[in-house]
Design a protein around this ligand. Structure first.
Ligand code: AGP
Length: 605
C-alpha cells in the first residue's frame, strides 16, 4: 500500500519537483511518512520526513538538490512505526531502495546480513533489500544481477525501485505480486529537447511507479511489469528482463489522463466533490455498460469476492442476483476466501469487485480461482488496465473517474449500478427504473443541509448503530464503515431483525441509531424493529421515503427521500449515509480525504 516512484530525467534536468508531484499523486496509498533519494555527483542524497508529504516538501524548501535520477516513496507502515528512521528510501552504502509490499522472510535475511557486518538503522523489512543489494555488489555482481539474486532470496509480495552509485543514471526496478508500471518518454526525445531550447518537460520521462495513473502526467505510454520481471531504465531506453535476466518485451498502452477528477474545484474536500459527482458517474456507468445476458448462460452459481466497501457492494448484489436471475450467489471477504479451500464447482461465475483493481487480497483470490478451477472470471473495476482488469476473463468498468478521497463514495454507487445492470439484464422494466437512478440521486443530494443538522447529533456521540433489512442491511454496513473511516466514531451496522439477538443491549438514550426504512415489502418488519429501538433509545434517525414518512412515529428524526422502486433503492439510500459521515467528520474536524491509518489501495495482506 505504499507508493513508489522512480524517474530518470534528461541530462541537466533536476527531477526533484517531478518526484514530489508523483508522490503527491501516490499519497492515496499511504501518508505515514515520505522520502526521496537522488543520485548527485556520484553519491546518493536522501531526504525523509514523518507524516504527510507536506512535511517532506517543507524539508526540501531549504535543500539544494541537483539530481536527474531519483526514487521516492509514500509509506503506509507495516513493519515499524512511522518514524524518520523507518521512512523510505532505505540505504546501504551505494544503494537506495523504495519498496511496496512485505518481505516475508526478512528476519532470516536480516540475520544473515547482520552476521556479515551490515548495520540496520530501521525496523523495516525493506532495509534488508538495500543491504542485500550492497552485499551482492561487494561480491562482484552487477546491479542487475544483484537485483536478480535479491529477488531469488526474497519471499512475499513486493515492488521495488533502486538506484546504485556504480550504475550511474539508471533505475532498476522489480516486482512480484505487487503492481508496478513503467512509463515511457516520447521517442527521440533528446533531439526534440535540443530543438525546444532545452525544455525537458516536452517529452516526458522514462519512469516507474506503483500505478499508471501516477505516471500519466509524466510519460506518453506505460507498460505493466509481470511477476518476477526486472527492468533497467535509463534516459532513453527501457529494458525488461525475466527472472533469468533474459530480455523480454511488455505491451505498451497509451496513458489515460483524467485531469478533472484530480481537482477539487469549488469543493472543500475531494470526498464532497465525489459524493456530488455521483449522478454523473452513475449515468456514465449506465451508458457504457450494456449487458449481454448470455454471460449467465449455463451459470449455476455466482461467487463474489471483494474487500471493504466493494464487499458491501457485492453483498447488495447477492440479493439482486438471487431475486432477479435466480442464481445462487455467495459473497465473501477476499482475505478469508482463499485460505479456506473454497469448493469451486464448474459453471460458477466468479466475480471480483475492486475499485482500484489492485487490492492484494482480492487479486490473490482471483489468482486462486484461475489456478484451481475452470470458472469464468469477471472483474468489476474502476481503474482500467489495473491488475484485476488484466487478470479477468471479462471486465466491466464502473465509470466513476479517479476517486481521490480515501473513503469510497462515487465508485461504490457506480459499482452498485454496474452490478444492478448485470442482475437486471433480463428484466426490461427494472432496467428502465435503473435509468432513473441519477435523477433520484440528484434529488437526495439536495438534502445535504438537512443531513448536516442530523450529523450534529452523531458528532456528539462516541458510537452509532446503523440498521437495515434486505438490501438495506449491507447499505447500513457501508454507512457504518463510512462513519468509522472518516470520523473515527465507532459505528456498527446490523440486520435490523438481528438486534434482538444481542446488539440491542447497546441501545441506551444516548447512542444514535440510523435506521434505513423505505416503504418496501419489509417496511412493517423494519418498523417493528424501530419500535423496539424506540422503547429503549432516543436519538433515532430514520431514512425513509415519502410514503414511509406518513407511517413514522413523531419521536424520530426523519430524512425523507423520494419514493423509488425497491430494486434500485440501495443505490439511492447509500448517498445520505455518505453525507452523514462526511458532515459528521467535518464537524469533528478530521482529515476527511486522508483519514488516519488508511490508504486508498491496499496492496499488502
Ligand atoms: C472504502 O471506503 C475503503 N477505503 C476500503 O474499504 C476499500 O473499499 C477496500 O480497501 C477495497 O478496495 P478496492 O475496491 O480498491 O479493492
Amino acid at each position: 500500500m505504499c507508493g513508489i516512484i522512480g524517474i530518470v530525467g534528461h541530462s541537466n534536468e533536476n527531477i526533484q519537483q517531478k518526484l514530489l508531484n508523483g508522490l503527491e499523486r501516490l499519497e492515496y496509498r499511504g501518508y505515514d511518512s515520505s522520502g526521496i533519494a537522488l543520485l548527485q555527483n556520484n553519491s546518493i542524497v536522501r531526504f525523509r520526513a514523518v507524516g504527510k508529504l507536506s512535511n517532506l516538501k517543507k524539508l526540501l524548501d531549504t535543500a539544494i538538490i541537483d539530481g536527474h535520477v531519483g526514487i521516492g516513496h509514500t509509506r503506509w507502515a507495516t513493519h515499524g512505526k512511522p518514524t524518520e528512521n523507518n521512512a523510505h528510501p532505505m540505504m546501504s552504502k551505494d544503494v537506495a531502495v523504495v519498496h511496496n509490499g512485505i518481505i516475508e522472510n526478512h528476519k532470516e535475511l536480516r540475520f544473515s546480513l547482520e552476521n556479515d557486518g551490515y548495520v540496520f538503522t530501521s525496523e523495516t523489512d525493506t532495509e534488508v533489500i538495500a543491504h542485500f543489494l550492497q552485499r551482492e555488489l561487494v561480491n562482484g555482481f552487477s546491479p542487475l544481477e544483484s537485483m536478480r539474486n535479491c529477488m531469488n532470496a526474497m519471499d512475499g509480495a513486493f515492488a521495488i525501485a533502486a538506484i546504485f552509485v556504480p550504475l550511474g543514471n539508471k533505475i532498476i526496478a522489480a516486482r512480484r505480486k505487487s503492481s508496478l508500471a513503467v512509463g515511457f518518454a516520447e521517442k527521440n526525445c533528446t533531439a526534440r529537447i535540443e530543438k525546444a531550447a532545452g525544455d525537458a518537460s516536452i517529452c516526458g520521462n522514462m519512469c516507474v511507479g506503483s500505478d499508471a495513473g501516477t505516471l500519466s502526467g509524466m510519460c506518453h505510454e506505460v507498460a505493466y511489469m509481470e511477476d518476477d520481471d526486472i527492468v533497467e531504465i535509463s534516459e532513453d531506453s527501457v529494458v525488461f528482463f525475466d527472472k533469468n535476466l533474459h530480455p523480454v518485451t511488455r505491451k505498451k498502452y497509451k496513458v489515460h489522463q483524467d485531469s478533472d477528477s484530480a481537482k477539487k474545484g469549488e469543493y472543500s474536500h475531494f470526498m464532497l466533490k465525489e459524493i456530488m459527482d455521483q449522478p454523473t458517474a452513475i449515468r456514465k456507468t449506465l451508458l457504457h455498460n450494456k449487458i449481454d445476458a448470455s454471460l449467465f448462460t449455463d451459470i449455476e452459481r455466482i461467487s463474489i469476492v471483494a474487500c471493504g466497501t466493494s464487499y458491501y457492494a457485492g453483498m447488495v448484489s447477492k440479493y439482486w442476483f438471487e431475486r432477479f436471475l435466480k442464481i445462487p450467489t455467495s459473497v465473501e471477504i477476499a482475505s478469508e476466501f482463499r485460505y479456506r479451500d473454497p469448493i469451486l464447482e464448474d459453471n460458477t461465475l466468479f466475480i471480483s469487485i475492486s475499485q482500484s483493481g489492485e487490492t492484494l487480497d482480492t487479486l490473490a483470490a482471483l489468482e486462486y480461482v484461475r489456478s484451481n478451477s475452470n470458472c469464468k472470471t469477471v472483474g468489476i473495476v474502476n481503474v482500467k488496465n489495473s491488475a484485476t482488469d488484466r487478470a479477468s476473463d471479462v471486465v466491466f468498468y464502473s465509470e466513476a473517474g479517479i476517486e481521490m478521497g480515501v473513503a469510497s463514495t462515487k465508485t461504490y454507487t457506480a459499482q452498485l449500478t454496474l452490478l444492478a445492470s448485470l442482475a437486471l439484464c433480463k428484466k426490461e422494466f427494472l432496467l428502465q427504473q435503473l435509468q432513473n437512478v441519477p435523477t433520484f440521486c440528484e434529488s437526495v443530494l439536495t438534502l445535504s443541509a438537512q443531513i448536516k443538522q442530523l450529523a450534529e447529533l452523531i458528532s456528539r456521540s462516541s458510537s452509532a448503530i446503523y440498521l437495515g433489512r434486505g438490501t438495506m442491511f449491507p447499505i447500513a454496513l457501508e454507512g457504518a464503515l463510512k462513519l468509522k473511516e472518516i470520523s473515527y466514531i465507532h459505528a456498527e451496522g446490523f440486520a435490523a431483525g438481528e438486534m434482538k439477538h444481542g446488539p440491542i443491549a447497546l441501545i441506551d438514550e444516548h447512542v444514535p441509531i440510523v435506521l434505513l426504512c423505505p416503504n418496501n415489502e419489509l417496511f412493517e418488519k423494519t418498523a417493528s424493529n424501530l419500535q423496539e429501538a424506540l422503547a429503549r433509545g432516543k436519538n433515532i434517525i430514520v431514512i425513509t421515503d415519502v410514503d414511509g414518512e406518513k407511517k413514522m412515529p413523531n419521536e424520530v428524526h426523519k430524512l425523507v427521500l423520494p419514493n423509488v422502486h425497491s430494486a434500485i433503492a440501495p443505490i439511492v439510500y447509500a448517498i445520505p449515509l455518505q453525507l452523514l459521515a462526511y458532515h459528521t467528520a467535518t464537524i469533528i474536524g478530521t482529515d476527511v480525504d486522508r483519514p488516519r491509518n488508511l490508504a486508498k489501495s491496499v496492496t499488502v495482506e
